[in-house]
Design a protein around this ligand. Structure first.
Ligand SMILES: [Zn+2]
Length: 226
């Protein structure tokens, strides 16, 4: 029985992965591809993208078919990191299916604490947006109490680390491993980012090498250079 269930689960997983855009180490940005991404992103009716990063968000969201119908709005705000995502505060009173999410884009960097979205290359932008969408996938799998506990847990570094690792694993499973790795590499080597922040980044998040190792465990990355 156990083997049958494992087989069924593997088939479902293989099938759902087959529906996702294939991972690529460098994203194509010719006009035909951009048009195609725009078309596929139009089926995500409840998303409000940021005009400046529309194309990057369209590529990223096409890797998350389970978020079709979920209400997601991109908002600019002065926050402590490049991007962040969370449900709107009324989630406590709403049914899970009526939850609304916001993805924040930082507007100002203080004391070298990270980079703005505009400071990183195109593919890294897709990577960090993909990571934020993976947070929403994680929230979507949680009850109201689960979301509250995630918020509390985030205040403690070991739990924050556990969550950020899980979210990067979701991003990799959705085919955006190369892009999330590019974001990580870029932040860790950029001179504008303080050593203190780089140390924090290395402590909480997977390092580029670890991301490559994780990717090598997925069949979808088999033909791409890691
Ligand atoms: Zn995160």
């Amino acid at each position: 029985m156990k083997y049958v269930l494992t087989l069924i689960f593997s088939l479902i997983l293989a099938h759902s992965q087959a529906l996702l855009p294939h991972p690529t180490s460098v994203l194509t940005t010719d006009s035909a591809t951009v048009r195609q991404n725009k078309q596929s992103a139009e089926s995500y009716q409840n998303t409000k993208l940021d005009a400046s990063y529309q194309e990057q968000a369209q590529i990223a969201i096409s890797h998350y078919p389970e978020l079709k119908g979920v209400s997601i709005e991109f908002v600019r705000k002065n926050i402590k990191t490049t991007m962040a995502s969370r449900p709107t505060f009324d989630f406590i009173f709403r049914k899970k299916k009526n939850r609304r999410y916001r993805i924040y884009i930082d507007t100002q960097v203080k004391n070298g604490q990270g980079l703005l979205l505009s400071d990183v290359p195109h593919d890294a932008q897709v990577g960090v947006i993909g990571h934020e969408l993976a947070h929403i996938v994680d929230y979507e799998n949680k009850t109201t109490m689960g979301v509250v506990l995630t918020g509390i847990g985030y205040l403690f570094h070991p739990l924050r680390r556990k969550l950020e690792h899980k979210v990067d694993e979701i991003t990799i499973a959705h085919g955006l491993g190369h892009q999330v790795k590019e974001f990580s590499e870029y932040v860790l080597q950029d001179d504008r980012v303080s050593e203190k922040y780089k140390k924090y980044k290395r402590k909480i998040y997977y390092k580029p090498k670890q991301l490559s190792t994780l990717m090598s465990g997925y069949s979808i990355y088999q033909d791409s250079k890691l």
